[in-house]
Design a binder for this molecule. Structure first.
Ligand code: OXD
Ligand code: MN
Length: 592
């Protein structure tokens, strides 16, 4: 097949990799529908994918990964910076020369008898000043088809690249899916990612976590912008104006649900709407008017299937009704569709579970779908996709929101005093583990800015970058920074806040604060709403005034324990910014 570009840096890198992995043939992905159709057919002919009911689920397919390859592997994910110090205390580090040698030994000849697919892709709208280009080499059709949903793929990307050397190299080799030899390695100084022995999304769709967060966070630091693990939503008020919010939550805290929220009935009637710009990643930079602007670099949603249903997230469910690839969900043989736990209360009796075994969902104790089973759905399918989704200049950000699961500690919402205090609030983000993950329940896991597994360099330097970004903003124009906690529990262990659509009530307060429309109470940790400013109309039965008061309360004795946890965490960082040290001192003084 003919090369799709004459870019010398591209061709010489690909030729080197061809010599290494020895493919039988090389296929360039042009992004055209004809080629995609042919690849779908080929994947179905080998059993790699199953074509689903085309009347109920047009252009939808099912894929099962290997049983040992169902999630991101943080323990085998490495930042291969020149020194361990540059990767920092929260990343696994490998010396770059040693890493290349080891990875090349694993990758050597691994495409023998196989096809090399060359995927040119853009993170962000092609040609936008925010956007960055990558090329992924893979021996997996599943990866090609997923990348064609999650990113902008094809010839126009190479045209936009021209002769430039500024692109991210990505090599993916399935090899034998051997867990012992599975490595996801990043070389931020070389704009390079190498992933071997996996076929699972987060490890192999290199545009996503690997590029758009780990490599891009490092690029952003050097180039004066930010790559963040944040959704972007537009909140439309009754006046018709839309304000944009970026929000970071650790995995499994409901980012996709918040990004596609449907307002409670009363709000909806009054003209409130939420528009989704993105559900996972934001690239943020200062615009000419001095405000921060964000784009979603992705082109689709790689969402967790279990728990997605008509009530929890009808917009996500609607997004999966065409052109979607399902991974590791149950296969309903009666109508050739898919099912997962929490979709509805009627599991199929005549089905195949995620590992590929016959499964009777009416009787079996086993799960039909893997808890981390996924849908890869085109963003354009989403009924509430923002009209600004393709805007090459991004959307102006009014508020940045951090959050996590805290049963007792954090109030429903609080606002930081200023930017630097907001950076502190992000840096102490944490979530309590749930029964959904292996290990003890209720253990606090620190996850600064939800970037713990995704920051491509020393986390302390990343915090300093946040502080530097703020220093370059006019405080009047800078987004206001908040923290939310949807997961507060009462003494019986019941959630105190209904969550889902009702979270709009909190977003509404956030925007009112940004616009100086409501007063707030200053507490030891920041500004907390006055109870009267959280509108409970329609949920008075669920949330009493006393409950709201408790949701908004700050228990200073709990914060004393929290400070000990923060000090222990901060103790890991030799390069902790002085600004954060002094923010911690302020907190300590406030809770005395
Ligand atoms: C994701 C994650 O898949 O954060 O988005 O784990
Ligand atoms: Mn994520």
């Amino acid at each position: 097949m003919e090369n799709m570009t004459s870019n010398k840096s591209v061709l010489s890198w690909i030729n080197e990799k061809i010599d290494l992995v020895k493919p039988e043939k090389v296929v360039w992905i042009d992004g055209g529908q004809e080629q995609i159709e042919a690849l779908r057919a080929e994947a179905c002919s080998t059993g790699e994918m199953i074509k689903l009911n085309q009347e109920l689920l047009p252009d939808c397919y099912l894929h099962r990964t290997a049983v040992n390859d169902v999630a991101r592997v943080e323990g085998r994910t490495f930042i291969c910076a020149p020194t361990k110090e540059e990767a920092g205390p929260t990343n696994n580090w490998m010396d770059p020369a040693e890493a290349y040698e080891m990875l090349y030994a694993i990758a050597k000849d691994s495409y023998k008898g196989r096809t090399m697919y060359v995927i040119p892709y853009s993170m962000g709208p092609v040609g936008s000043q925010f956007s960055k280009i990558g090329i992924e080499l893979t021996d997996s059709i599943y990866v090609v088809l997923n990348m064609a949903i999650m990113t902008r793929v094809g010839a126009d990307v190479l045209e936009a690249l021209g002769d430039s050397n500024d692109w991210v190299r990505g090599l993916h080799c399935k090899c034998d899916i051997d867990e012992e030899k599975r490595y996801i390695c990043h070389f931020p100084q070389d704009n390079t990612i190498i992933s071997v022995n996996s076929g699972y999304g987060g490890n192999v769709l290199l545009g996503k976590k690997c590029f758009a967060l780990r490599i891009a966070s490092y690029q952003g630091k050097n180039e004066g912008w930010q790559a963040e693990h944040m959704l972007i939503l537009g909140l439309q008020k009754p006046d018709g104006e839309i304000r944009y919010i970026c929000a970071a939550f650790p995995s499994a805290c409901g980012k996709t649900n918040l990004a596609m929220l449907i307002p409670p009935e009363g709000y909806y009637k009054n003209g409130y709407r939420v528009w989704c710009v993105g559900d996972d990643i934001s690239w943020i930079r200062k615009g000419e008017d001095g405000r921060l602007y964000a784009i979603n670099p992705e082109n689709g949603f790689f969402g967790v299937a279990p728990g997605t249903n008509e009530k929890s997230n009808p917009n996500a469910l609607a997004s999966t009704r065409k052109g979607t690839i399902f991974t590791n969900v149950a296969h309903n043989l009666d109508n050739n569709t898919v099912w997962w736990e929490g979709l509805d209360k009627n599991p199929p009796a005549n089905a195949v579970e995620w590992k590929g075994n016959p499964w009777n969902g009416q009787e079996s104790e086993e799960k039909g779908a893997h808890p981390n089973s996924r849908f890869t759905a085109p963003a354009v399918n989403c009924p509430c996709i923002s009209s600004e989704f393709e805007n090459p200049d991004g959307v102006p950000i009014s508020a940045i929101v951090f959050g996590g699961r805290r049963a007792k500690l954090a109030p429903l919402v609080y606002q930081s005093r200023d930017w630097n205090h907001g950076v502190f609030v992000g840096s102490i983000m944490a979530s309590e583990t749930t029964a959904a993950a292996a290990g003890a329940v209720g253990v606090v896991r620190r996850d600064p800015m939800a970037m713990l597994p995704f920051c491509g360099y020393n986390m302390a330097d990343y915090w300093q970058h946040w502080i530097d970004i703020g220093a370059g903003l006019d405080p009047e124009k800078a987004p206001k920074i908040f923290n939310v906690n949807w997961f507060r529990k009462d003494d019986e262990g019941n959630f105190m806040w209904p969550g889902f659509g009702d979270n709009l009530r909190v977003l509404d307060w956030i925007i009112d604060r940004c616009e100086g429309k409501v007063e707030a109470d200053e507490t030891a940790i920041g500004f907390v709403p006055k109870a009267a400013d959280i509108n409970l109309e329609g949920i008075e039965d669920e949330v009493s005034d006393a409950q709201l008061a408790e949701l908004l309360s700050v228990d200073v004795s709990l914060w004393k324990d929290e400070v000990a946890g923060i000090e222990e965490f901060y103790g890991k960082f030799d390069r902790l910014p002085a600004t954060l040290k002094s923010e911690l001192e302020t907190l300590k003084a406030n809770i005395k």
